[in-house]
Design a protein around this ligand. Structure first.
Ligand code: F6R
Length: 585
């Protein structure tokens, strides 16, 4: 949710930290702060706003020192204020801390520390870490880190700078990665925080502490026992995180889909075979994910049933503690996640794993926590997705799901898969109808999206995109449910988007469109076939295999949400109140 970064090396820290925070800003973006160490003292500058804005106001990048820590915040405990921005300092200003996660026992720790004479400057849970480090600092940084971690409950990754110029980090249920450069070390919540400077990374495990002291790195666990992790080479191209010629990352990522779906379909033979074998031989199959990734799970369930004759149960990750409470040991849980760090998905995986289930993962960030604990994972190969709303990662997940299904049904979808790329290119190229519809809808307050069968998850996904990006009330409805209630909502000012390609669902959905139109609502059809009932028609290409329509249906919805965001002066890359990677519960 928040991004954290530490640097100790031969270069000035502040400009590097600002640059890293800008690259990780998608993780959380309500406040920014940096602390640097220079001349025996720690300086802190922090404030609310986005990285460039706060840097401009506070001249953060001009701070002195070659050692420092930085943070972008996504508020959980305490409002969005300058005081609540990280870094947080201990009473004597001898330690400053940046934190990602939630300290569940912060209230009792704060009470205890207050009684012991500590004064708190913020309303955050994070500040207790700085004060605990101060309490335990008597025997040095190493002991302070160990004793502090032992007192914390909850999930956290934090990095601290100490008055002797040491930087140290610890992780528990939140990611923390060390970047090893020729002239220094980074400690970051995300490889994007240092990829510009080095592609060599050490992935800390849960319960690890690291210290960078006198330019040497030490890693040990909460008991103080040294642990050794290999240095991994991180593969992603840095160029991928630039916007290039596009106004926004989201627009770039929507446009990239013609390539990313092709990449997602390409998989290593051995790994995909192992994945498919485990899936085909499982006694029970569960599929889980959150948000957009859950919508992919719904489509996967449909594909498995139709083409591979495998029955699967879908579970929203946030509901898994109830739904997966008791499963057979020879089950398989397929987790779907772009980031590989979503707390709810990690919880589902751990719950299933503890009961003996095998974990299969569809993921975009292959260096993530989920990838590390799964039995086999397949990558969507989309490259970094920076826009907070999932776009190319969703279609990448679908392309990969089609590939897996094709394996399981012994190539029954192979010929049809070839038509993807061209179809997507055509959809992306024909934006005029979407622009016209966006113009009509820019002031609307209620949008309903209707679809049957495999189109229902796309109704849900389209509604999610419209909510996130355009801040408009939007609801995905299974078209057959219309008469069971939602029809009461149809009136003059409502807009209804029908997901209605010419497949076996077409006739029934057209009937729904007539019922809706008769109540005065405006009907928009997303279809390869024109019909008089539509007030507006968004044409999509005709596909030979109807199960592939979701990919070409969702792209106009992504574009519509993007256009409506612009019409509302909202920033499509950074929707209010949201963060890309939801690592808290
Ligand atoms: C929607 C969106 C979220 C994520 C959800 C899961 O546009 O981005 O709903 O899909 O938070 O994230 P991952 O896939 O990273 O587990």
């Amino acid at each position: 949710m928040c991004s954290i970064i530490g640097y100790k090396g031969k270069n000035f820290a502040a400009p590097i930290l600002v640059d890293s925070l800008k690259k990780m800003e998608y993780r959380g973006y309500d406040s920014v702060g940096v602390a640097t160490f220079d001349n025996g003292g720690i300086m802190v500058r922090k404030g609310t706003g986005k990285v460039l804005e706060v840097n401009k106001n506070l001249a953060i990048s001009e701070m002195a020192g070659k050692i420092g820590i930085g943070h972008t915040r996504w508020a959980t405990h305490g409002g969005v204020t300058d005081k609540n921005a990280h870094p947080h300092s201990a009473c004597k200003n001898n330690i400053a801390v940046v934190h990602n996660g939630i300290i569940e026992n912060y209230k009792e720790l704060k009470e205890e520390l207050t009684v012991a004479g500590h004064t708190f400057a913020s309303e955050t849970d994070s500040e207790v870490i700085a004060h605990l480090l101060e309490v335990h600092h008597g025997k040095g940084v190493r002991d302070a880190m160990i004793q502090t971690c032992k007192r914390l409950k909850g999930n956290y990754a934090f990095v601290a700078v100490f008055q002797d110029g040491t930087i140290a980090g610890a992780r528990y249920e939140e990611p923390l990665i060390i970047g090893v450069a020729n002239d220094g070390y980074f400690i970051s919540s995300d490889v994007l925080g240092f990829l510009q400077y080095t592609d060599k990374a050490v992935f800390l495990e849960n319960g690890d502490i690291c210290i960078v002291d006198n330019s040497k790195l030490e890693v040990f666990n909460f008991e103080g026992t040294p642990v050794a992790h290999p240095i991994t080479q991180v593969a992603w191209e840095l160029g991928d995180i630039e916007k290039g010629k596009y106004a926004h990352h989201t627009l770039k990522e929507i446009n990239e889909q013609k390539i990313t779906v092709v990449h997602a379909g390409r998989q290593d033979e051995e790994i995909i075979s192992k994945f498919c074998d485990l899936l085909a031989n499982a006694k029970s199959v569960y599929i889980t994910g959150s948000g957009t990734s859950y919508h992919s799970a719904l489509i996967f369930k449909y594909m498995l049933a139709k083409f591979a004759k495998i029955r699967a149960e879908t579970v929203m990750s946030s509901e898994s503690q109830y739904a997966l409470a008791s499963i057979e040991g020879d089950s398989v849980l397929v987790a779907i996640s772009q980031s590989g760090e979503t707390a709810d998905v990690l919880d589902s995986v751990k719950l299933a794993k503890n009961q003996g289930a095998k974990i299969l993962l569809i993921v975009n960030v292959t260096t993530s926590s989920l990838a590390r604990i799964s039995d086999a994972f397949l990558s969507t190969n989309c490259g970094p997705e920076i826009g907070v709303a999932a776009t190319k990662s969703f279609t990448g997940q679908l392309a990969l799901i089609y590939n897996i299904t094709d394996r399981l049904c012994k190539g029954c979808l192979a010929t049809a898969r070839a038509e993807f790329a061209v179809a997507i290119e055509n959809v992306i190229a024909s934006q005029a109808s979407v622009m016209r519809v966006a113009e009509q809808m820019k002031d609307c307050t209620d949008i309903y999206l209707l679809g049957r069968s495999i189109h229902y998850p796309i109704a849900l996904e389209g509604a999610l995109k419209l909510k996130e990006l355009a801040y408009v009330h939007a609801e995905g409805i299974a078209a057959g449910e219309l008469k069971h209630g939602p029809l009461a909502l149809m009136e003059k000012n409502t807009f209804v988007i029908m997901l209605n390609p010419h497949d076996p669902t077409f006739g029934d959905t057209i009937s729904n469109a007539h019922e809706i139109k008769a109540r005065g609502a405006t009907v928009i059809g997303i279809s390869d076939r024109k019909d008089d009932v539509y007030d507006h028609w968004i044409e999509i290409p005709q596909l030979k295999e109807e199960s592939f329509y979701p990919i070409v249906e969702v792209i106009p919805l992504q574009m519509l949400a993007y256009q409506l965001a612009l019409a509302k002066n909202a920033d499509p890359d950074y929707p209010r109140n949201l963060a890309k990677s939801v690592t808290v519960r």
